[in-house]
Design a protein around this ligand. Structure first.
Ligand code: ATP
Length: 283
């Protein structure tokens, strides 16, 4: 049985001024799943997160969070539905201290000492900087604080824009380790990344946007084939799909699957996606 859908984007069209940035984009995130959205500069990835978090309205189509249409709802109201949106380089209150940012994550109440202790163990740097204003933190520390807030909030879905952008490799490792912690606790993740590899390692499903349209949707392993990834990034949706299907059929033939093994279980190498319903994460 497929899992409930926490985020459903149906044929969305939106843009800036009169210029469209997304056209006819659909995407679904099942509960607890990790969905990676890839694509080159200007493909529409950040716009997708803005529209999904209520930060930007749709011109057409709709966005449902836990089955509820968020049309006309402010970002704050969408957040109360269990959405945590971490924009590129943001997601913190710059003028507040680290400790106050974490306090606010607890929806008005003070963070329990035990929860805070656990968080400072996960991110020792936040403990060291607890009295500093968030605005004075480095890019990596701000990303840690935004993720720390997400850990305390325990939202249904965290939407992250370019979590590794501009960070040192060691900080990127910490960021992705935290994403694994959130995922292990059952939080769904919608991760936008320009550079594919790290996001695909974590993802159950992958989408590629090109020129504001969906150029590929499928299994992360299908994008391991550079010809599929390249066709998708160039916006050649049909070529990307045909190449991905051909590769999957070839893998089927080589693996000679026995009874009960699905096409997708072979494509996924028997990994994360192996036992999932093949319709999940696609529209
Ligand atoms: P990047 O990886 O470079 O951040 P992206 O895939 O996130 O790119 P978006 O930032 O969503 O792409 O941009 C999609 C399109 O919308 C681009 O053509 C961009 O120039 C345009 N755009 C984005 N933000 C604005 C804005 N605030 N005002 C006007 N146009 C915008």
């Amino acid at each position: 049985m497929s899992r409930p859908i926490v985020l459903q984007i149906d044929r969305v069209r939106t843009g800036y001024g009169k210029i469209p940035a997304l056209t006819d984009v659909s995407l679904r995130v099942p509960e607890g799943a990790v969905v990676a959205v890839l694509g080159s500069n200007g493909a529409g990835k950040s716009t997708l997160l803005r529209v999904a978090s209520g930060a930007m309205p749709c011109w057409a189509g709709r966005v449902l969070v836990n089955g509820k249409d968020i049309r006309g709802k402010s970002g704050w109201k969408v957040a109360r539905e269990g959405v945590c949106y971490i924009p590129e380089g943001g997601g913190v209150f710059q003028e507040l201290s680290v400790a106050d940012n974490l306090d606010l994550a607890q929806r008005g109440g003070r963070v329990s000492p035990a929860a805070l202790r656990e968080l400072y163990e996960l991110f020792p740097i936040l403990g060291k900087r607890r009295d500093q204003s968030a605005g004075s933190l480095s890019g990596g520390e701000k990303r840690m604080l935004a993720l720390g807030r997400a850990v305390l909030l325990r939202p249904k879905i965290v939407m992250l824009d370019e979590p590794s952008l501009g960070l040192a490799p060691i900080v990127v490792d910490q960021v992705f380790e935290t994403l694994r912690v959130l995922h292990a606790e059952g939080t769904a993740l919608l991760v936008v990344e320009q550079f594919a590899a790290r996001a695909l390692e974590l993802a159950d499903f992958a989408w590629v946007l090109a020129k504001g349209r969906v150029a590929f949707r499928g299994w992360p392993t299908q994008l391991e084939d550079p010809s599929v990834l390249e066709a998708a990034y160039l916006g050649k949706a049909r070529a990307a799909r045909d190449l991905a299907e051909a590769a999957t059929s070839a893998a089927d033939a080589t693996a000679a699957p026995g009874p009960g093994i699905t096409r997708h279980s072979v494509a996924a190498g028997g990994g994360v996606a192996a036992h999932r319903n093949s319709s999940e994460g696609t529209d």
